[in-house]
Design a protein. Structure first.
Length: 164
């Protein structure tokens, strides 16, 4: 049975404001979030000390983004910083940030920018079905822009910001 997605890229619901479909699949360099805290391991794949966001040359050019730039990925639910990796492996309209990044908000305020690149800040809080209730990580539309603000420190590692 076909169910229309709440969001869908390439002309679907939500794509006028947020034209890019975010894939958030299993990482090829770690098991979910395991080893994300390792400085030595992160040094092998991060871009500007952030999770990479992979995108097509067409999408990057349209936004003035170059390989290695720091970018803001955002929608109405959240925002994050990531390092741009521009590759021919991705079709226009599709970006990828692997799941498993540790969440590192800049502050405790709702909607605060995630400083490291956790794609869960962008996903809907709905299950995949009444039976499975898995995350809906591949039903996400976003936009990307080159980040021009003051670059904040990554807050994902080293313990909680606030303790009561």
């Amino acid at each position: 049975m076909w169910f229309e997605k709440a969001e869908r890229s390439h002309g679907g619901p939500g794509s006028d404001k947020f034209p890019l479909w975010l894939q958030s699949c299993h990482p090829n360099k770690r098991l979910h979030s395991q080893m994300c805290e390792s400085d030595a391991f992160r040094a092998t794949y991060t871009v500007q000390d952030r999770e990479p966001v992979y995108m097509s040359p067409e999408d990057a050019k349209a936004r003035g983004i170059k390989d290695g730039d720091l970018v803001r990925v955002f929608n109405d639910r959240g925002q994050l910083l990531a390092g741009a990796v521009v590759e021919d492996n991705y079709p226009p309209g599709v970006i990828r940030i692997y799941e498993g990044a540790w969440y590192g908000p800049l502050s405790e305020k709702v909607g605060a920018i995630d400083t490291y690149g956790d794609p869960n800040t962008l996903t809907m809080d709905i299950g995949t079905s009444e039976l499975a209730q898995a995350t809906s990580a591949n039903t996400v539309v976003v936009n990307v822009e080159k980040y021009t603000g003051e670059v904040p420190p990554v807050t994902s590692f080293g313990g909680p910001i606030y303790v009561s």
